[in-house]
Write a protein that binds this ligand. Sequence first.
Ligand code: ATP
Length: 455
Amino acid sequence: MAELGKVSMEKIVSLSQRRGFIFPSSEIYGGLQSCWDYGPLGVELKRNVKDAWWRSVVQERDDIAGLDASILMHPQTWAASGHLEGFADPLVECKNCHLRWRSDDLKDENCPECGGELTEPRLFNLMFKTFMGPLEEEANVVYLRPETAQGIFVNFQNVLNTTRKRLPFGIAQIGKAFRNEITTGNFIFRSREFEQMEIEYFVKPGTDEKWFNYWLEERRKWYLNLGIKKENIRLREHGQEELAHYARVCYDIDYQFPMGWAELEGIANRGDFDLVQHTKYSGKSLEYFDEETKEHFLPYIIEPSAGVDRSVLAFLCDAYDEDIAEGELRVVLRLHPDLAPVKAAVLPLSRREKLAELARQIYADLRQCWTVQYDDAQSIGRRYRRQDEIGTPFGITVDFQSLEDRQVTIRERDSLDQIRVPISELKATLAAKLSGESLFALPPGGSIWKQGENS
Ligand code: ATP
C-alpha cells in the first residue's frame, strides 16, 4: 500500500469518481478527452471556491465591481488582444513543460527550455472557432473566448461610467474559457474547457509596482486563508524570455501538486497594453480623466488571473489525508468549512420512527441555512467514514437520549472530538463552529461529550 496520508493523483481521481466530485465528460461514450463534468459534490465545491473568491474580491471591497461578459465577442477583440496572430505560425509544443515554440525559430529537436520532446509542427491557434448565424463562411467566424480578461477590457468605459469609480479600481469576472491546448492532462489541471476568476485592476501609471506587489500578497493570502499549507505555495517570477507579449512583470503563484510545482494563478503587470490596443482597434477613447490633476491618461493594469479548476484540484490535493480514526483506516478531506460541499450530516442512531421524526426535523431546519445531508444507512461508524471522505466538517448524531433531553452531539471531522448541545442551540452553534469557533466553546446547556459515547 502507498504511504499512509500521502496524496497522489490516482487517489484524487479515484475519490473524485467514487464519491461524485468529478467525472469524465460524456463518459458513457468513452469520454471526451480533456473535458470534465462536476458531479453533485464537485459542483458544490466548485461553487464554494468561486463564492469565496467573489466574497473576498468583490463583496468585501468597495474598489472592485463585478461583471459577466459573454463568451462570444466581436472578432476584432482577438485581433486587438494579439490572440489571432498565432494563426500563421507553425508551432511545436514541449510535451513536458508545455512551452510553445515557433518551429522555424528552433535550432535543435528538443525543447530549448527543458530539453523535452516536441510535438509535430502545425499551424496552430489556441482559439476554438465557430460560426455565427446559418452560413459557415469566413465573414461569420467567431471564437470561444480563450480568457475572460478581454470581456473586462472592452467594458472598461461602461463600468467606469455607470459606477463612477475612481482609480485605483478593479473589475472582476468568473467565467468559462476555452483553449484548444495541444497537450492536456493531469486530470482537471489542464483542460480545453475551464473556468477562470480574473481581476483587472486599473491604476495610475507610476503606482503600478506598488499595486502589483499588493495583489501578489493579497492573492497568496487567499489560498492560505482557505487552508492551503504554506509549504505547498510558492511565488515564481517569469524570466524575460518567458514573459507574455503584454506583460512587464509576471509572477506565478505555484502549487505543489502531486506531479510537481505548477501554476495556479498568474499575476501580471500588463501596463497600458490592452487599453492601447483596444483604443487602436475600436477607435474609441478609453482614457481616464483624473479630476484632481485634470489629466487624461490610460491606466495601467494589474491582472491576478486564477483558474477555478486548478484551485479545486489544489484544494482537494491539499485537504486529502488518511489516518487511523476510531480504530479504522479513514480517508479524510480536511477542507476548510467554507469550501466543504456538505457542511453537516444529520445521523439518527436508528431508523425507529420517533428518532427519525426528530432527526428529519433537525435536517429540515438546518437545510434552510446550509447544504446538509441526512444519512441513516448502516452503522454510525460507516456513516462517519463516508462524511469524512467528502470533507463534511460536522456530524450531528441524534440518539435515543435526544428524545428525552432534546440534545444532540456534534462530532468534529478533524479532531473527532464531540460536544452535546441543546437542539434549540444547534443552528447558532453550528454557525459559530463553521466560522472557526473552537468546538469546546460551549453554548448554554452544552457539554463536552466523551469520544465514542454514542457509537
Ligand atoms: P499554462 O502555462 O499552465 O498553460 P497559462 O500561463 O497559459 O497557463 P494564463 O493564460 O495565465 O495561463 O491563465 C490564467 C489561469 O487560468 C492559469 O493560472 C490557470 O489557473 C488557468 N488556466 C489556463 N489554461 C488552463 C487550462 N488549459 N486548463 C485549466 N486551467 C487553465
